[in-house]
Design a protein around this ligand. Structure first.
Ligand SMILES: NC(=O)c1ccc[n+]([C@@H]2O[C@H](COP(=O)([O-])OP(=O)(O)OC[C@H]3O[C@@H](n4cnc5c(N)ncnc54)[C@H](OP(=O)(O)O)[C@@H]3O)[C@@H](O)[C@H]2O)c1
Length: 332
């Protein structure tokens, strides 16, 4: 892959291409951020279940499929995901500089609090780097808002991390437009990413815009303050987490008996494009003009291959709606 170099706010953003290893992976350039990163990210939340050798196998498979972007968080297995990755990467032959490694901080379930204070962010990054056995992160995301966050403290922490070379780029996760405005007022570095929950079944991120003012459905309730449009307006790339799950970690909807209509619609298009239902469900996310990234959570190489096949599919406008409606939504 080409290196994850500094990009510019150019029209190149969002360019899809067949990457240099000849795999059909959709790539994108992030405005004010790295060029040539894969639109499919490998999420490492479930990696603690693997041995080091198995983790190395998954990382290699992901890389061969054209994925060059890996997502972590301090809380995944209480640091075990980062540790497993750090132990496994040297076994893969993949060079550190050829992949984009992101982690998140701020969640402290052990202490029953979220924390975006300056000192906690700085301490977390040092611990992340130690577990990953690396000297820099490509991106640091603040995982979920600390209700007591002070944007000036965040700005101080980001400055220190950036000037010391420990973190190249910054972002957030599960963060509202108002919180983003506050951060952007003080933080000097661009906020590149907002990681948010989105699947075809769990699609509140998208639904709000359709049911405005409609008293007949709860889908008109604005639960996210218009974060989709805000991110698009401010060139913040959305990373869709749990893209195959229903509810909050309710399970995978593919082949699930509670979603017969959705699975039938996915199967129809899977047959048309010669891919799996998983690929179609992810192609539905990639089709959105916000040019989101989708984070794969599977630790099964065959499932990951199916997931990456999404890159080969360009759904039509009408097919996108067909799937949306099959997931239980309606045209008001
Ligand atoms: N920012 C946040 O707050 C937040 C929250 C949650 C997650 N995340 C990130 O998002 C990533 C993805 O989350 P997720 O793991 O919930 O995503 P997912 O890709 O929607 O779900 C993966 C799960 O579905 C299972 N699965 C069952 N059938 C499958 C099939 N046919 N194809 C693929 N998977 C199938 C997988 O099991 P197998 O392993 O057996 O395939 C795995 O347990 C995480 O790794 C993490 O990086 C972020």
């Amino acid at each position: 892959m080409a290196s994850c170099g500094q990009g510019t706010a150019s029209q190149d953003q969002g360019t899809d291409e067949v990457n240099k290893r000849g795999k059909a992976m959709k790539m994108t350039n992030i405005v004010n951020g790295p060029d040539n990163v894969s639109r499919i990210i490998m999420g490492c939340m479930r990696m603690p279940a693997l041995s080091v050798d198995e983790a190395a196998g998954m990382i290699k498979t992901a890389h061969e499929l054209g994925i060059n972007f890996f997502d972590h968080a301090t809380c995944y297995g209480d640091g075990e995901a980062e540790k497993r990755f750090g132990d496994a990467l040297p076994l893969t032959g993949i060079r550190r500089e050829d992949i984009f490694i992101q982690s998140k901080c701020g969640l402290h379930f052990d202490r029953q609090e979220f924390d975006w204070s300056r000192d906690d962010i700085l301490m977390c990054v040092d611990e992340i780097l130690e577990r990953l056995q690396m000297d820099y992160l490509d991106a640091l995301l603040l995982h979920r808002p600390d209700l007591l966050f002070d944007p000036e403290e965040v700005a101080e922490a980001f400055d220190k991390l950036h000037t010391s070379g420990k973190v190249r780029y910054f972002g957030v996760s599960n963060t509202t437009p108002g919180q983003l405005e506050l951060l952007r007022k003080y933080v000097k570095q661009p906020i590149l990413f907002n990681q948010l929950q989105l699947s075809i079944e769990q699609s509140q991120l998208i639904d709000g815009g359709l049911y405005l003012n409609n008293m007949t459905t709860d889908m008109s309730i604005n639960r996210d303050y218009g974060v989709l449009d805000y991110c698009r307006l401010h060139d913040i790339t959305i990373q869709a987490w749990s893209p195959l799950q229903f509810g909050m970690f309710g399970g995978c909807f593919i082949d699930h008996p509670d979603f017969p209509e959705l699975n039938a619609a996915l199967q129809k298009l899977a047959d048309k494009y010669g891919v799996s239902k998983t690929a179609i469900a992810i192609a539905w996310i990639l089709k959105h003009p916000a040019r989101m990234q989708a984070i794969a959570g599977t630790m099964n190489p065959d499932h990951l291959r199916e997931f990456c096949d999404a890159s080969k599919v360009d759904l039509t406008h009408n097919e996108w709606y067909e799937l949306y409606l099959a997931s239980g939504k309606f045209l008001p």
